[in-house]
Design a protein around this ligand. Structure first.
Ligand code: ZN
Length: 193
């Protein structure tokens, strides 16, 4: 399992709701936590490891044995319950790129836990921001899409660099073709979505 980087097509593809969880998927989720910690991240969406299912994980402490390991399955965020605020964001699929993003300060999130229990949480602060960022991933949205045009202009060169590198890795066959990706997604979806 590897964390995929922009502009991997899986990052632009809306993920399918998850219908079941089994031992294999639990192992995959465990591995997602390990990858996230390795990359020193606080959140990771399934499509960032090319898994086309609606789930993301969070641990605000970014390391094993500290903080709480949270799994959000089929998450839904409801309307903002307060103002908005601006803060800097980064993304494990855009390593080294940071930008200011305005988001609702407080959100209500409904999701299922790994054990299948439905839960509801009113979130604020970093947790609210992180969950909104991760849920965006599941809809194929990346944080630069939420930046102001002027702020985005500042990172345009970085994004171009990622595009160029991706194109060259694809020519060498290091990255699967669109057909191979589609086949892989179809396999996951037939099993879990
Ligand atoms: Zn991200």
């Amino acid at each position: 399992m590897d964390i995929v980087t922009f502009p991997h097509p899986g990052l632009r593809r809306p993920s399918k709701p998850l219908k079941r969880v089994d031992a294999d998927l639990r192992r995959v989720i465990r591995e997602m936590f390990d990858k996230m910690y390795e990359a020193k991240g606080i959140g990771l969406a399934a499509n960032q490891v090319d898994l086309p299912l609606r789930l993301f994980i969070v641990n605000l402490e970014a390391k094993p044995g500290a903080g709480e390991e949270l799994v959000f399955i089929n998450p839904i965020i409801s309307l903002p319950r307060g103002g908005s605020e601006e803060a800097e964001e980064g993304c494990l699929s855009l390593p080294g790129v940071y930008g200011q993003v305005v988001r609702p300060k407080q959100v209500r999130l409904n999701a299922y836990s790994l054990s299948g229990t439905e839960f509801e949480a009113d979130l604020s602060g970093l947790m609210a921001r992180c969950c909104q960022h991760e849920l965006d991933h599941l809809d194929g949205v990346l944080f630069p899409d939420r930046m102001s045009p002027t702020a985005r202009a500042d990172i345009a060169d970085d994004l171009d660099m990622f595009e160029t590198e991706y194109a060259s890795r694809r020519t060498t066959g290091e990255i699967p073709t669109d057909d191979q990706l589609a086949e892989r997604w179809a396999q996951w979806e037939s099993r879990y979505a």
